[in-house]
Design a protein around this ligand. Sequence first.
Ligand SMILES: [Zn+2]
Length: 164
Amino acid sequence: MDDDFKRKLDNAFGEGDMELVAEMLGWDEDEDDYEEEFDSTIASYDNHTRGGSSLKMECPHCGERGEFKVQKTLKSFYHWSPEKVAYFEDIAGRDISFRKRIKKCTFCGETFQTIEMANEFLIAMMKDIQTKESLISKLSDENMKLKNIINDSLKVLNQIGSNS
Ligand SMILES: [Zn+2]
C-alpha cells in the first residue's frame, strides 16, 4: 500500500464513506457479505486508531455501562435528507455526514442505534436550538404584550358601549 492510497483509505474510513472504501478495496457492493466485511474492517480500523479500546456508553434500555459491540453499520445513513442539505450548510458550513450503527447491550441483550459524527455538527445544532429558543421566548413576550393591548382596548370599548 503506498502512502497516498493509505491516506485516502484512512480518510474514507474516517468519513464512514463505505462506497469509497468498497471501491478502493475492490469489494462488490452486491455481495451479501459486503456490509459484514465493512463492519469487521471498520471495527479493526477503529480499534487500531483508538488504541484497542472502544467507546464505553450507557445502554438506553437498562442503563448499564459497557463497551458494547457493533452488530451492524447501516450504510444508507451518511446524510440526513436531500431537503436538509441547505440547513446543515447554513448552520455548519457543509452538509452533515454521520455513521449510524446498531449496538447490542451485553447486560439486557437489547439493541440500540448510535450515531458517530463530527462534533461541529452537534455544536451547530445546539447553537441553532438556542437561537430558536430565544426567538420563541421573544415572540411569546410580544404575543403577551399584544394580548394585553387587545384586552385593554376591549375594556375601553366596553366602557364606551356601557356609557352610551
Ligand atoms: Zn441494556
